[in-house]
Ligand binder design. Structure first.
Ligand code: NAD
Length: 353
């Protein structure tokens, strides 16, 4: 197993260190090599995705990423900003399928801002397309019109094959779950997503056992809060998925609980927490490392086909939670508030016991 470890910025290095300890705790034969990305890449090589980092990622079986970004880079030219490094590595590695499970651990039902009866038992898989849509579509930019007024342009576009390949990922995952796919679009207003809906319907003929439904994104945002347990697999484009998966994360108690996998066509993947670099709490050793640790479980499951060790990590996380350990973001009265590193240690010792 060859893994590129890219801690990135903000809380990235703190949470990745804990995930690496958990991986080491499994005592597998793993080769891990660290490299800078995001603001750290800019500092080290003047580029948010240095060539050496990209090469390392290409030469590895999987990438473990922390997070990128810091407000101090907001004034840099756009192509030098940390987030560009992240978008580029996803594109360069052709990681078109982003899987974001939103699973509520029963121990955290009271940490959610929603009523326990609304969220308990929640288990949604959000499948987000990651390399297309308005985040990549051309033309884009800010220009000045003839009358001197400035105009900003982004372009939402998807072609048929891009929609088909992400749809297939969603249907395949649904086959291993409750066989329900909800495709989220805005087909009443946007032609791009009208095509999205048509292609999903065509594709569903290959999966007669799966029940396909459609929902407009505004309604989906509402339904996720109103009755989230109605969903099994949700599939959607890049921008809608970005927003809905953050929303879904709060159902689970904290964004610090949500792992993610981004896969190419051969299941090579990049694994990272769904949250950002949280500059507001960076360096304080209080971040929740569980999303990153659970991302390692996804890595073992999807890239290395090692279900047993994936489950071992997930069980260790459950044990740490049922033993009452909580980082500040998921803390409730009567539980034990611990630091980022103490939470990591709790998971490692649960792994052994
Ligand atoms: P964020 O996800 O970093 O933080 C949002 C809020 O959640 C903050 O209050 C933060 O403290 C909290 N939070 C996030 N992760 C946490 C964790 N593990 N434990 C406890 N609390 C946690 O989003 P933001 O503040 O909008 O963005 C901060 C920076 O991160 C920006 O530069 C942004 O561009 C970048 N960002 C990066 C990624 C990524 O690397 N994948 C994703 C989103 C945002």
């Amino acid at each position: 197993m060859k893994i590129a470890v890219l801690p990135g910025d903000g809380i990235g290095p703190e949470i990745v260190a804990q995930a690496v300890n958990v991986l080491k705790g499994l005592q597998l034969t793993v080769e891990m090599t660290e490299a800078p990305i995001g603001g750290a890449g800019y500092e080290a090589a003047g580029d948010p995705l240095p060539n050496a980092t990209l090469q390392l990622a290409k030469d590895s079986d999987a990438v473990l990423l922390g997070a990128v970004g810091d407000w101090k880079y907001d004034k840099l030219e756009r192509h030098l900003r940390p987030e560009r490094g992240l978008l580029r590595i996803r594109k360069e590695l052709n990681l078109f399928a982003n899987l974001r499970p939103a699973l509520l651990y029963p121990e955290l039902a009271s940490a959610s801002t929603l009523k326990p009866e609304v969220v308990s038992g929640l288990d949604i898989m959000i499948v987000r397309e990651l390399t297309g849509d308005i985040y990549f579509g051309q033309p884009r930019g800010i220009s000045t019109l003839e009358n001197g007024e400035r105009e900003g342009i982004n372009t939402m576009r998807y072609n048929e094959s891009e929609i088909k390949r992400i749809g297939r990922v969603a249907f395949e995952i649904a086959m291993k779950r409750n066989k329900k796919v909800c495709s989220v679009d805005k087909a009443n207003v946007l032609e791009t997503t009208e095509l999205w809906r048509q292609v999903m319907i065509e594709l569903s003929k290959d999966y007669p056992e799966v029940e396909l439904s459609h929902m407009y994104v505004d309604n989906a945002a509402m339904q996720l809060i109103r009755a989230p347990k109605q969903f099994d697999v949700m599939v959607t484009g890049n921008i809608f998925g970005d927003i809905l998966s953050d929303e879904a994360s709060m159902l689970t108690g904290s964004i610090g609980m949500l792992p993610s996998a981004s896969l190419d066509a051969n299941n090579k993947g990049m694994y990272e927490p769904s949250h950002g670099s949280a500059p507001d709490i960076a360096g304080k050793n209080i971040a929740n490392p569980l999303a990153t640790i659970l991302s390692v479980a996804m890595m073992l499951r999807y890239t290395f086909n090692d279900e047993a060790n994936a489950v071992r990590i997930e069980s260790a996380v459950k044990k740490a939670l049922s033993d009452g350990f909580r980082t500040a973001d998921i803390y409730t009265e009567g539980t034990k508030k611990v630091s980022c590193s103490e939470m990591g240690e709790a998971v490692v010792s649960a792994l052994v016991s």
